[in-house]
Ligand binder design. Structure first.
Ligand SMILES: C[C@](O)(CO)[C@H](O)COP(=O)(O)OP(=O)(O)OC[C@H]1O[C@@H](n2ccc(N)nc2=O)[C@H](O)[C@@H]1O
Ligand SMILES: Nc1ncnc2c1ncn2[C@@H]1O[C@H](COP(=O)(O)OP(=O)(O)OP(=O)(O)O)[C@@H](O)[C@H]1O
Length: 292
C-alpha cells in the first residue's frame, strides 16, 4: 500500500498577538503575525487495505480518539464519503512528537494540518487549499494558518490571512516546563481586550521600512499567563538579557529573535539546565505546501 513518510508539522511563533475585542460567541478578535519555524513534529502515513484510521504511536496525555490528528483524518474521510459516495482506504499514522503541549507553538493544530494535507494527497481527495482550511477550522483556530502555508498576518479569529515577508532570522525558544490551557487565559477577567486594531496600510509600510518584525507590537495574553504561571515570567525575564523576549500564543513558550545561528548557539550555551531550549530558523513557506 502507498505511504508518505517524514511529513513535517512545523511550529509557529506569534511574533505579536493583539486582542482587539470579543465576539458574541466568546471567541476573541485577534491580530497577529504567525511565523513558521523549522522545528516541529514529524508524521508518517501508511495506507491500509481496510477503512480503519489508527494512530500507531502512543502520545502521553492524548487518547487516540481525542487526538487532533485522528479527528482531522476522520473529518476528511467523512468529507470524501460525502463527495464520492465511497470511503477512502484506512491509514496508520505514526508521529515523532517534539513540540510540547500547551506550549503556544500550535503543535496539535500543525499535526492536524499536516494530516489534512497529506491525506488529501494520498487519497487523491482533490480538496482545494481553501476547502481544507475551512474543514480544519472547527478543530482548532490555528489549523487554517498551517494549511495556508506561509508566514502571515492574521485577523479575525485567525482565519483572515495575508502573507508577510518573514524576517530572515533565527529564534531561541525556551520551554518553561508548564502546560498552559489556552481557554484559561482567554477567560481571565484580567485580560485586556481593547488594543486598537492596526490598520493594514500602516503595518505594511512599517514592514517595508524594517528588516524584520523585531520589537513590533506585544502579546496581550502575556500578562495573564505570567501571573498564572510564574515559570513563564521567569523564562521571559532570563531571555530578556539577550533581546526582546516574549511569549508565543497563550504560552507557555518564550522566544527571542537573534541575528545568526552563532548568536543562537551562544544564548543556548547559557540556558539554565532546568529548561528545555532550542534554536529555529524563520521559514517563509510550509515544507509541504507544495502538496496542494
Ligand atoms: C491564541 C492562539 O494560540 C494564537 O495563535 C490560537 O488562536 C489558539 O488556538 P488553539 O489553541 O487552536 O485554540 P482553540 O482550540 O481553537 O481554542 C481554545 C479556546 O481558546 C479561546 N479562544 C481561542 C481563539 C480565539 N481567537 N479566541 C478565543 O477565545 C476559546 O475559549 C477556545 O475555546
Ligand atoms: N496531536 C496533538 N498534539 C498536541 N496536543 C494535542 C494533539 N491532539 C490533541 N491535543 C490536545 O490539544 C491541547 C493543546 O495542545 P497544543 O500543543 O496544540 O497547544 P498549543 O501549542 O498551546 O497550541 P496553540 O498555540 O494553538 O494554543 C493539548 O493539551 C492536548 O490535550
Amino acid at each position: 500500500m502507498q505511504s508518505l513518510n517524514n511529513c513535517p508539522a512545523p511550529a509557529k511563533l506569534n511574533l505579536f498577538l493583539h486582542v482587539n475585542g470579543r465576539r458574541a460567541d466568546g471567541y476573541h478578535l485577534l491580530q497577529t503575525v504567525f511565523q513558521l519555524i523549522d522545528h516541529g513534529d514529524t508524521l508518517h502515513y501508511a495506507l491500509r487495505d481496510d477503512h480503519v484510521i489508527h494512530r500507531v504511536t502512543d502520545v502521553a496525555g492524548v487518547p487516540e480518539q481525542q487526538d487532533l490528528i485522528i479527528r482531522a483524518a476522520l473529518l476528511l474521510q467523512a468529507e470524501v464519503l460525502r463527495r464520492t459516495g465511497a470511503l477512502p482506504p484506512g491509514v496508520d499514522i505514526a508521529i515523532d512528537k517534539r513540540l510540547p503541549m500547551g506550549g503556544g507553538l500550535g503543535g496539535g493544530s500543525s499535526d492536524a494540518a499536516t494530516t489534512l494535507m497529506a491525506l488529501n494527497h494520498l487519497w487523491q481527495a482533490g480538496l482545494t487549499r481553501e476547502e481544507l482550511m475551512a474543514l480544519g477550522l472547527p478543530l482548532g483556530a490555528d489549523i487554517p494558518f498551517f494549511i495556508f502555508g506561509q508566514t502571515a498576518f492574521a485577523e479575525g479569529v485567525g482565519e483572515a490571512m495575508q502573507p508577510v515577508r518573514a524576517p530572515d532570522c533565527w529564534y531561541v525558544v525556551i520551554e518553561p516546563g508548564v502546560e498552559v490551557p489556552t481557554a484559561k487565559i482567554f477567560c481571565s477577567e484580567h485580560l485586556t481586550r481593547d488594543t486598537p486594531p492596526i490598520i493594514i496600510t500602516d503595518f505594511s509600510s512599517y514592514l517595508e521600512k524594517q528588516t524584520g518584525l523585531k520589537g513590533y507590537g506585544k502579546n496581550d495574553l502575556q500578562q495573564v499567563a505570567t501571573q498564572l504561571f510564574p515559570p513563564v515570567a521567569e523564562a521571559i525575564e532570563w531571555l530578556a538579557a539577550y533581546g526582546d523576549a516574549r511569549m508565543t500564543g497563550s504560552g507557555a513558550c518564550v522566544f527571542c529573535a537573534v541575528g545568526s545561528e552563532v548568536e543562537a548557539d551562544a544564548v543556548l550555551r547559557n540556558v539554565p539546565a532546568k529548561w528545555v531550549a532550542w534554536k529555529a530558523k524563520a521559514l517563509d513557506k510550509h515544507p509541504i505546501a507544495s502538496l496542494l
